[in-house]
Design a protein around this ligand. Sequence first.
Ligand code: GNR
Ligand code: NI
Length: 175
Amino acid sequence: MAILPIITAPDPRLKRTCRPVAAVDDEIRRMMDDMLETMYAAPGIGLAAPQVGVDLRVIVVDVAKEGSPPSPHCLANPEILWSSEDHALYNEGCLSLPEQFAEVERPAKVRVGYLDRDGKPRELEADGLLAVCIQHEMDHLEGVLFVDHVSRLKREMILKRLAKAKKRESESVPA
Ligand code: GNR
Ligand code: NI
């Protein structure tokens, strides 16, 4: 297993539409395992393949609370089969927009179809934080970040703040 570098905005690789995986083979399984390790190390509750530079439709999530047993999910080719009429707000963050947050509104519940780590077709009904996380990760597969769901003013403020933080960081590290 390996911890992979996480790409941050504004990187064009975060804006691509990802390709479906043909099959969940050993190479995809290795990528899922590396993504889980990378997500836990970050730490984060989800990770999408484009965040590690891979343009394939693969996401991993684990929203288990600290201290409770891990509950990893690996999803290849995820599809929203149903989403609830009722929506919910959540203050979202993203490992590709470090230390930035904004309230995003999404359907409160979703039913998702996908291939699991063994390539087996499965369905999952999610609500609460798991529903937020799965929708956030699936957005990444379309090149969409949480800032694309907020006003242009908020989005530009967040992207400017992130650019400043990155610049400060690059200048404070001795060459
Ligand atoms: O670790 C993460 N936390 C989080 C918090 C609120 C809403 C979504 C997320 S996903 C994020 C990890 C990430 O960037 N996944 O793409
Ligand atoms: Ni994200």
